[in-house]
Each structure stands twice: as structure tokens, then as C-alpha cells.
Design a protein around this ligand. Structure first.
Ligand code: NAD
Ligand code: UGA
Length: 464
């Protein structure tokens, strides 16, 4: 089976970059990415390719090359569905904010809407690919909807979870550790559908790195991978606090531990806490699934990863207050970095949101600078927490256009995202322009301590 037309529902952080790379690598396949968000689609179609809605190093070049050739962005979801041989579902699957499973389970309403729309519109056989991260056994629900409400056409359902990380999405897509495809390998139609997707990826990825599993293993492997990664961050962060009490240094501990080849060096960077749209959501989902099967010890084990992460964010903020003589009321605190990690404009679940919320509760005046995040996004993030009015947030938080400007007359600077440019700031002049004593809190272990202390800063870095 040769795939000629692909449709991807959802033009977000996964749908956009993934489909751009497929289109670039498979020039004979037409790829149409659709979304109900008109502004997002308009931005993907912006004449100036630098205005695409997602900032990812290298992405605008790829979009520039493929867009209009075999890569299209559209709001006409029905037409793209009907035209496609293969449909990727790449819509958001946030944590439920209502009803049963509120605050834990994945909200699958967007997935279900996609399935119902495909069933309503499709007039030819389709391969439907779960690209979104989903609870194990979601494919069963998709199958029920497609078979019971469809037009009698045949569907194959595959699970093909995405492992890209933001900020390195293009590299991750070009050269992934593995591609995982789950399908119904017991039937010839299922196996054929799996091979059709394998052949798409085989345009640029070694076949040995393309794994075939059953659907449930594939769905569960995605949740497991994120849980393991987040667990490593919480593990090292839990030890950062012990390092601060004992005189050990968390970077030295991480290096010593990570050089054990059984453990490995990655994901041992201590921080103010992990953020991003997925780690917390996927672990909460895993916890909910375990609980729903009555596996309470399994659920408690994984929930601890989240508890530790919340603690890390809170203790970082509390330490600022404590260090500034137990009050930040009316004091100007500068926050450098709002994105949940460097090289992305994504702020979902960023530690900065929670640290600033804590400081605002303590009546601080906050000034924020982030090289890629807009002021509106910052206010939206604070408003979403619902802890105070938008007017209050806007009067207490200002967003400025440079790090140097953000630091003028402030009592303390907190580095919350590891943007490279923060390493090379003129820290000497920043120090001159701050109130004294000048405090510097490094939540990312980005800055050189000795140098900053020499300049006169009272310097705190997480885990030392
Ligand atoms: P996103 O919110 O950036 O994008 C989802 C898009 O889907 C939105 O633009 C939304 O308008 C659109 N959408 C929702 N319902 C729709 C519908 N019925 N029809 C058309 N469009 C619809 O989300 P994302 O970050 O791209 O994540 C998507 C999925 O991929 C999630 O399940 C996530 O867990 C998973 N994932 C994300 C990442 C990541 O780095 N962000 C990595 C791996 C996996
Ligand atoms: C993560 C996974 O790495 C991807 O494989 C996965 O596809 C994705 O989630 C997803 O499912 O959404 P992402 O959240 O984009 O990717 O970014 P990461 O690099 O994993 O970082 C997550 C958070 O952990 C960031 O806030 C980062 O600063 C923090 N982190 C990461 C640390 O604090 N220390 C580390 O050592 C590594």
C-alpha cells in the first residue's frame, strides 16, 4: 500500500513540525495539516516564513522549502480527511478540568470529536494514526466510534506516539532514537497498514530503528517514556535539596552518577522544576489509569514524581523570600526566562509561572524578560491560574524587551529558563544597576558562581 495523501488533524507543536519533516522527506506525498484554530493556520501560511506560530530551530527553513509544494495548511478539515489515505490525529489531550478524573485523567473530548468527524466524512478506506499521547486502550474507543458511526468504510488504527522534545524538535524528527508503530499485527490488513507507515518513515530513518508492536504496548510505552524522563529530573531535584544542606554539589553528584554507563548522563540536570505540556499531564494520566485498575501502590509511586516537582518550584520561590530578609513585599524581582526550557516559545506548565505566582502572593513587583515569549502569553498564563484578577497581574508584573532593562533597580534576579544569552549578559553592569545587596538566584545552574560572587552578587544556585 503506497500512501499518497496524508492529513494531520492538529497544527500544534507536534502536528506542525512532524508533518513539515514528513513533507520535506517524502516529496511525492501530499501532506495537509488542518486545524479549527484559524489564527494558527493563518500563521502557518504567513508569507514570511519566520512568522509561523511555533518557534523551533530549523523549522522555518523546512516549512519554507515544502509549503505550497506538498505541504499545505488549511481549516478545511472535511476536505482533507476525505482526500487522505492516512489521517494522523495530533490534537491536544490535556488533563481533565471537570467531572470524573478531574485533575488527573486525560481529556479525550478532542480525540473523540476527530473520530466522529472522520466517521461522518470519510467515503474511502483510511488508516487512522494516533499521534497524540493517549491512555492505553484508547484505540479501542476510536474503533468503536469509527465502526459504529461511519459510512461503512474500513479503518485501520495505528498508534505512532511522538517522542520529539521542544527546542530540538527538528533534530529529533530527522534523527530519532526510534520510531514506534503499534498496530493489529494479527491481521493481514493491520500488518499492511503498519508497513504503509513504516514506508513513510523509511524515506529517512533506518528500518532497524522503526519498532513494530501491538497497539497497547505502543500507547503505554509513550506514557512510560515520559514518566521515566520526568522521574529522573525529580530524582536529581530531590537530591539538590540534600546537597544544599550537606555541602555536596548536585552537578558533581550528577556527573559522578551519570558516568555509570548503566545510569547514563542525560536528564540529570537539576532545575527549578520540570515544565512543559506533557510530563505532568502524562504522569497524572498514568496515575489515574493505575488507580482505575485498583493498582494504588503503582499510582502512589508515580505520583511522587509530581509531588517532588511541585515541591521544587515552591521551595525555590520560598528561598527567594527567605533570603530577601523574609519579605519581598513591594520589592522589585526580575525574572529572566518564562519558557519551560530554552529554544522554545512554549510556556505550558513552565516553572516560571508558579514561581512568579508565589512571589505575587508575597506582594512582590515582578519584571519579566524572555527572548521568545510575548507579554500577552505571560499574562494569560498567570490569569489561567485564577489566583487574582488580570488587572492585578498587569499592575504587578511588567514585561520588558531586554534582560539588562529588566534588572535595573531590582532587589533580586531569578534565572528560570536556561537561554544561552543569559550566560553572556554584561553581569557587571547589571550588578551596578541593581539595588544592594544584589541577589542572584540561578534556577538552572547556568551561571558561573565564582565570577558572579566576585562581581559582588549574593549568589544562590540550585543544588549547591
Ligand atoms: P497543541 O495544543 O499545540 O496543538 C493541538 C492542536 O489541535 C490545536 O491547534 C487545536 O486547535 C487542534 N485541535 C483540537 N481539536 C481539533 C479538532 N477537532 N479539529 C481540528 N483541530 C483540532 O498540542 P501539541 O503540543 O501539538 O500536542 C498534541 C499531542 O501530542 C498531545 O497529545 C501531546 O501530549 C502530544 N505530544 C506533544 C509533544 C510536545 O512536545 N508538545 C511531544 C510529544 C507528544
Ligand atoms: C518531553 C520528552 O523529552 C519528549 O521525548 C516527549 O516527546 C515530550 O516531552 C512530550 O511528550 O511532550 P519536552 O517536554 O518538550 O519533551 O522537553 P524536555 O527536554 O523533556 O524537558 C522537559 C522539562 O524538564 C523542561 O522544563 C526541562 O527544563 C526539564 N529538564 C529536563 C530538567 O529540569 N532537567 C533535565 O535534565 C532535563
Amino acid at each position: 500500500m503506497r500512501i499518497k495523501n496524508i492529513c494531520c488533524i492538529g497544527a500544534g507543536y507536534v502536528g506542525g513540525p512532524t508533518m513539515a519533516v514528513i513533507a520535506q522527506k517524502c516529496p511525492e506525498i501530499n501532506v495537509t495539516v488542518v486545524d479549527i484554530n484559524e489564527n494558527r493556520i493563518a500563521a502557518w501560511n504567513d508569507e514570511d516564513v519566520n512568522n509561523i506560530p511555533i518557534y523551533e530551530p530549523g523549522l522555518s527553513n523546512i516549512v519554507g522549502e515544502a509549503r505550497g509544494r506538498n505541504l499545505f495548511f488549511s481549516t478545511d478539515v472535511d476536505a482533507a480527511i476525505d482526500n487522505a489515505d492516512m489521517i494522523f490525529i495530533s490534537v491536544n489531550t490535556p488533563t481533565k478540568t471537570y467531572g470524573i478524573g478531574k485533575g488527573m485523567a486525560a481529556d479525550l473530548k478532542f480525540i473523540e470529536l476527530c473520530a466522529r468527524q472522520i466517521a461522518r466524512v470519510a467515503t474511502t478506506d483510511k488508516i487512522v494514526v494516533e499521534k497524540s499521547t493517549l491512555p492505553v486502550r484508547t484505540a479501542e474507543a476510536l474503533r468503536n466510534i469509527l465502526d459504529d458511526t461511519g459510512n461503512g468504510v474500513k479503518y485501520q488504527i495505528l498508534s505512532n506516539p511522538e517522542f520529539l522534545a521542544e527546542g530540538t524538535a527538528v533534530d529529533d524528527l530527522m534523527d530519532p532514537d526510534r520510531v514506534l508503530i503499534g498496530g493489529d499485527m494479527d491481521t493481514s490488513e493491520g500488518a499492511e497498514a503498519v508497513e504503509a507507515l513504516v514506508n513513510v518513515y523509511a524515506h529517512w530513518i533506518d528500518r532497524e530503528r522503526i519498532l513494530r508492536t501491538n497497539v497497547w504496548s505502543s500507547e503505554l510505552s509513550k506514557l512510560t517514556a515520559n514518566a521515566f524522563l520526568a522521574q529522573r529530573v525529580s530524582s536529581i531535584n530531590s537530591l539538590s535539596e540534600l546537597c544544599e544542606k550537606t555541602g555536596a554539589d548536585v552537578n558533581e553528584v550528577a556527573k559522578a552518577v551519570g558516568m555509570d554507563s548503566r545510569i547514563g548522563p542525560k536528564f540529570l540536570q537539576s532545575s527549578v522544576g520540570f515544565g512543559g505540556s506533557c510530563f505532568q499531564k502524562d504522569i497524572l494520566n498514568l496515575v489515574y489509569i493505575a488507580k482505575s485498575y485498583g493498582l494504588h501502590e503503582v499510582a502512589d509511586y508515580w505520583e511522587q514524581v509530581i509531588i517532588m516537582n511541585d515541591h521544587q518550584k515552591r521551595r525555590f520561590a520560598a528561598n527567594i523570600v527567605k533570603t530577601l530578609f523574609n519579605t519581598v513585599s513591594g520589592k522589585k524581582i526580575t525574572v529572566l526566562g518564562w519558557a519551560f526550557k530554552k529554544d522554545t516559545n512554549d510556556t505550558r506548565e513552565s516553572a516560571a509561572i508558579y514561581v512568579v505566582d508565589y512571589l505575587l502572593n508575597e506582594q512582590a513587583e515582578v519584571v519579566v524578560y524572555d527572548p521568545k515569549v510575548t507579554a500577552e502569553q505571560i499574562y494569560n498564563d498567570l490569569e489561567y491560574l485564577g489566583n487574582r484578577s488580570d488587572g492585578h497581574n498587569r499592575s504587578k508584573v511588567s514585561v520588558v524587551g531586554s534582560a539588562e532593562q529588566a534588572c535595573i533597580d531590582s532587589h533580586a534576579v531569578a534565572v528560570l529558563t536556561e537561554w544561552d544569552e543569559f550566560k553572556d549578559l554584561d553581569w557587571s553592569s547589571i550588578y551596578q544597576n541593581m539595588l544592594k545587596p544584589a541577589f542572584l538566584f540561578d534556577g538552572r545552574r547556568l551561571l558561573d558562581k565564582e565570577e558572579k560572587v566576585k562581581l559582588g552578587f549574593n549568589f544562590y544556585a540550585i543544588g549547591s
